[in-house]
Unconditional design. Structure first.
Length: 183
């Protein structure tokens, strides 16, 4: 294990823990930390990460487990759906680990993450929201479509494999500067 792996792993763990106390803000922070570990990988030069996809999927298990601990405090359909989606993603994680094939993640999208953030948001803005089957379908279908698009872009088309996080930030900066320049 390189020092870089150890530091980024610690960053991922620490970034996941606030969700235990503040599900919505902590959940958003955990996702932000997950996305920005690529930044640290780009700027640190401490031995590298030998296989980022394997490392990332293992590190994801930390925030997903934290999300599950929070979801187990929920009741009714929120809890049932969360546990089912967590187990579904865990099956995908195991399949990915056994095959090493990123495309398998399209068959097992991380819908649990989106569900967790949605429920945490509802608890924040509409406490006591009562789920019905039509509510569940109306929410889960668009969440699945959005997540499949994301999984396709990341793991099938691999649209971001050759773009560093620093390059992406620079592209956003240039785009924003262009907007400001036109105003």
């Amino acid at each position: 294990m390189t020092l870089e792996v150890a530091l980024i792993a610690a960053y991922r763990v620490v970034g996941s823990l606030p969700a235990l106390r503040w599900p919505l803000a902590g959940g958003l922070l955990a996702i932000f930390v997950d996305l920005t570990d690529l930044y640290w990988m780009d700027v640190l030069d401490l031995g590298g990460i030998p296989d980022y996809q394997v490392f990332d999927k293992l590190a994801d298990q930390v925030y997903l487990a934290v999300f599950l601990v929070v979801a187990l405090r929920w009741t009714g359909p929120e809890r049932t759906v969360a546990v089912a989606l967590y187990l579904f993603r865990m099956a995908g994680f195991v399949a990915f680990e056994l095959t090493g094939e990123r495309a398998v993640l399209l068959l097992f999208p991380n819908l649990f993450e989106f569900w967790f953030l949605l429920v945490a948001t509802l608890h924040h803005v509409r406490p006591g929201f009562a789920w019905t089957r039509p509510h569940l379908a109306a929410v889960l279908v668009p969440l699945l479509v959005a997540k499949e698009i994301q999984e396709w872009a990341l793991h099938w088309a691999r649209l971001f494999d050759n773009v560093t996080f620093v390059d992406a930030l620079d592209q956003v900066r240039r785009w924003l500067a262009g907007l400001v320049g036109r105003a």
